[in-house]
Ligand binder design. Structure first.
Ligand code: NI
Length: 135
């Protein structure tokens, strides 16, 4: 084991501790290890996909954040060939969810997903997809 120290925003740490408490963790280190493993797996999984796929990108964002709606629309307009449909849900006063239905080469879908993930004001992005061709 190697010890590290890190800086975190207080709110993020409080939220993390709340999750750990709900899940019955009594060690923050164990919680961080599990979270890191999960993060690595998710990234590897996203990078190992190939070929033609169909799927959804679920995006949750704060619509009060200046420019985020416009940026999200601009990005989607760069991928019209890969986007079949978009559903917008007004979740509450602050948050909106967009579910983007995508189809096509996974490299383009991944690129689109990563562009959305990098936007400020976007709080959560999840890509789910399946291969199209029979195996
Ligand atoms: Ni909305």
């Amino acid at each position: 084991m190697i010890r590290i120290s890190m800086s975190l925003p207080r709110k993020l740490l409080e939220e993390f501790d709340d999750v750990l408490q709900d899940r019955g963790y009594n060690s923050r280190s164990k919680g961080i290890r599990d979270a890191l493993k999960d993060y690595i797996l998710r990234y590897q999984w996203m990078n190992e996909m190939d070929g033609e796929r169909v799927g959804t990108i679920a995006v949750i964002y704060d619509h009060h954040y200046i420019g985020v709606m416009e940026e999200l629309a601009n990005i989607q307009h760069q991928y019209t060939e890969h986007i079949n449909a978009v559903m917008h849900i007004h979740m509450n006063e602050k948050l909106c969810m967009e579910v983007i239905v995508v189809k096509g080469d996974v490299n383009q879908i991944r690129e689109l997903t990563e562009k959305i993930m990098s936007l400020k004001g976007v709080e959560h992005v999840k890509l789910t997809s399946s291969g199209i061709k029979d195996t």
